[in-house]
Design a protein around this ligand. Structure first.
Ligand code: GAL
Length: 338
């Protein structure tokens, strides 16, 4: 199923695709290859849309926060908006203080992707990203596939290849609220379980200092599940600096994170092949009006963005997002609902 999803300023038409599997329904637009809506049951079978989003493509174009978007070529921040690759400086756009955030204003989330294939329970989009795009070397062919699978699974698959050595670090920027996107006041009551032993300490511009800090004895410790809101105002430097949770945690186990809503009983597990997960408690959500007129207040949704560590291009000691010319990049993240 497909329907129009608004017209962009250049006259191009965006489209919204619906896929389904059992009682799960997902809606995805070609604008930003963005997850617009994800309807899942609670244990009693009551359905709710558990991701934040907008009613048409222009909401995503002008709204803040990268709701549901496919972010690339390199997700998260690059300190000083530059790094070195094969002895050459790759200069990106500084769009967040002196740094690159989500690859600048030409983020893939602001492109109209091409439909590659639509199936009943899956949809695949394709983007051609030319050599020099956003500053990155290499003509790249990029595919993102969303599929719904038995067992309550939404699987997002990323495949890409470039004709020069480059970086691929793609993620999905959905904000989840397992009570339903229209109940923003309930998001911080949701219980997070995350076995990560350490997180990246960041400076005031959210650039990693290089320190991989133990969560032990800190408000960053989710090894014992706890409501996200419980310690979010604790007197702790990392929470002050980032204005709440907005940190990369190591992916230590599979699943790397489990979110549970005590009100509806919905649970979501995150399973990924990425080395890191940015846990972001929506601290910068500015109160935009989203789907069905819902106002997305600060901390009204929870992002768990699977990816390489932020600024890993400048930290050779961490897992590296560099991909050789001609070598396929493949990454998958599953969101599993119960
Ligand atoms: C997140 C990032 C936040 C913020 C947000 C967009 O991925 O961690 O710091 O920039 O994107 O508002």
């Amino acid at each position: 199923m497909r329907k129009p999803f608004g017209v962009l300023p250049d006259g191009q038409q965006a489209t919204l695709y619906t896929i389904s599997q059992g009682n799960m329904i997902a809606k995805i637009t070609d604008y930003g290859a963005t997850l617009v809506s994800l309807i899942v049951p609670d244990p009693q079978g009551n359905l709710a849309d558990v991701v934040l989003g907008f009613d048409d493509c222009n909401g995503y174009r002008t709204g803040d926060g990268y709701l549901g978007a496919t972010v690339g070529r390199n997700a998260n921040r690059v300190g000083g908006a530059a790094f070195s690759l094969n002895g050459k400086t790759v200069q990106l756009e500084a769009n967040d203080n002196r740094n690159s955030l989500h690859s600048g204003s030409e983020c893939y989330c602001f492109r109209l992707w091409k439909l590659e294939k639509q199936e009943e329970s899956a949809v695949t989009f394709h983007l051609r990203s030319p050599n020099g795009d956003q500053g990155f070397p290499g003509n790249a062919e990029i595919f993102v596939r969303y599929s719904l699978e038995p067992g309550g699974v939404l699987r997002i698959t990323y495949d890409a290849v470039s004709d020069l050595d480059t970086v691929f670090n793609l993620t999905n920027h959905s904000y989840f609220n397992l009570a339903g996107h229209d109940k923003p006041e309930l998001a911080m009551g949701q219980i997070l379980s995350m076995p990560a032993r350490f997180f990246n300490a960041d400076d005031a511009e959210s650039i990693p200092t290089g320190e991989l800090r133990s969560v032990a004895g800190t408000p960053m410790d989710f090894r014992t599940p706890k409501p996200i809101g419980r310690d979010i105002e604790a007197d702790y430097d990392a929470l002050h600096l980032q204005g709440g949770y907005d940190h990369n945690f190591e992916v230590f186990t599979d699943p790397c994170a489990i979110l549970h809503d005590p009100v509806s009983g919905r649970t979501m597990a995150v399973s990924t092949d990425c080395p890191g997960v940015q846990f972001y408690s929506g601290n910068f959500l500015p109160g935009d009006v989203g789907k069905d007129g819902v106002v997305y207040i600060r901390r009204g949704g929870i992002a768990l963005e699977t990816q390489y560590y932020p600024d890993s291009v400048n930290h050779p000691e961490w897992p590296q997002p560099f991909v050789k010319a001609g070598v396929p990049y493949h990454s998958e993240t599953k969101y599993i609902f119960q």
